[in-house]
Design a binder for this molecule. Structure first.
Ligand SMILES: Cc1cc2nc3c(=O)[nH]c(=O)nc-3n(C[C@H](O)[C@H](O)[C@H](O)COP(=O)(O)OP(=O)(O)OC[C@H]3O[C@@H](n4cnc5c(N)ncnc54)[C@H](O)[C@@H]3O)c2cc1C
Length: 307
């Protein structure tokens, strides 16, 4: 295993390792960060909170030749409220999301999901963008972001592009990002009137565990409580988070009554393609996916003002 020397020198605003085995650079602009990543010849990694990357490095699973720390890049540590909604910079720690009253009010499910990640200490470092790019099917913030219709703004060597968050992870530990690309921000639109979101996960203990099954739901109601728009996402039951369009279709045009909940549970259980392991059997995961989807939908419905 390569031993990484942790002796940093500062050159102007740039910090680099002195040893040859790994370069650590803290660029100040997104253009410089993209240029460094695009021009690297070895293995390069982006460092946000480091709560996944550093654990993987310590375990010897990755040995980057270059680490590009994005925390000093201007604007990346800010949550901006725009006329369209919110832009959450890629270096904003999850703990900060809960301190933003407007974001919490508009997207309580997303904020709650981010606040389930690890512990207070982990949340002080980790980011929702890192959670997304780590590409774990069990990542807590991802089903909530998918249900919310969040988008990722990507900066890369050929300019910027914006894609739905569900298009970022393509398999466990794999993303659709090309060499040199960095997610700059996550966008959340303003919620339509009478809308609400919610996220729930099942873990065998009370905290500090990875979801065995999870569900995120976002609903919009009309003035009579009839669902006019819905998004349902399931986590930890397939190789990536699932957007269950059939579940949304079954909800639209009706109130969230017993029959609707029953149908939602059935569709969600059927949509799962889970693994069988010591943390949960396939049968258990299917059942729990249905239960969590109905509970999250009930909370989302209440938040939207439904009865
Ligand atoms: C003790 C502990 C408990 C945890 N508990 C949970 C939990 O309950 N739920 C959960 O979901 N996760 C959990 N995690 C995992 C981890 O904390 C989260 O996935 C976290 O959100 C990762 O964010 P980060 O900013 O620390 O990512 P980093 O470690 O900095 O990066 C993660 C990956 O994403 C890439 N990356 C980061 N930012 C970008 C970007 N802007 N553009 C492109 N690629 C990028 C990195 O190169 C790396 O591959 C836990 C981790 C620890 C150590």
């Amino acid at each position: 295993m390569v031993i990484v020397r942790r002796q940093f020198i500062t050159v102007g605003e740039t910090v680099m390792t002195k040893g040859e085995t790994m370069r650590y650079i803290r660029p100040l602009s997104i253009e410089d960060a993209v240029g460094l990543l695009a021009g690297s010849s070895g293995t390069a990694a982006i460092l946000a909170g480091g709560s996944d990357l550093l654990v993987r490095m310590k375990g010897g699973f990755v040995e980057p030749d270059l680490i590009v720390d994005i925390k000093a890049i201007e604007g990346l540590s800010e949550i901006r409220q725009t006329p369209d909604g919110f832009s959450i910079g890629a270096a904003v720690p999850c703990a900060v999301l809960g301190e933003n009253a407007a974001l919490k009010k508009a997207w309580p499910g997303v904020v709650e999901a981010a606040k389930l990640i690890g512990s207070k200490q982990v949340q002080g470092r980790c980011t929702i963008t890192g959670n997304l790019c780590n590409a774990s099917p069990a990542a807590d913030s991802v089903p909530a972001l998918v249900a919310a219709g969040a988008k990722a703004v990507i900066a890369g060597p050929s300019g910027k592009r914006t894609i739905p968050v569900e298009a970022v992870p393509i398999g466990p530990g794999k993303t659709s990002l090309a060499k040199g690309e960095i997610i700059e921000a996550i966008l959340l639109d303003n919620q339509a009137p009478r809308s609400g979101d919610a996220y729930l996960r099942f873990i065998p203990r009370t905290e500090m565990d990875i979801a065995v099954v999870s569900a995120g739901v976002n609903l919009t109601l009309d003035e009579h409580g009839v669902i006019t728009a819905a998004r349902v996402a399931l986590g930890a039951v397939a190789v990536t988070v699932l957007l269950v369009e059939e579940a949304a279709e079954a909800l639209i045009g009706r109130k969230l009554d017993e029959a609707a909940l029953e149908r939602l549970a059935k569709i969600c259980s059927g949509a799962c393609r889970p693994i069988d392991d010591k943390r949960g059997t396939i049968e258990f995961r299917r059942k729990v996916a249905g239960v969590l989807a109905t509970r999250a939908a009930t909370t989302a419905n209440a938040r939207a003002g439904g009865k």
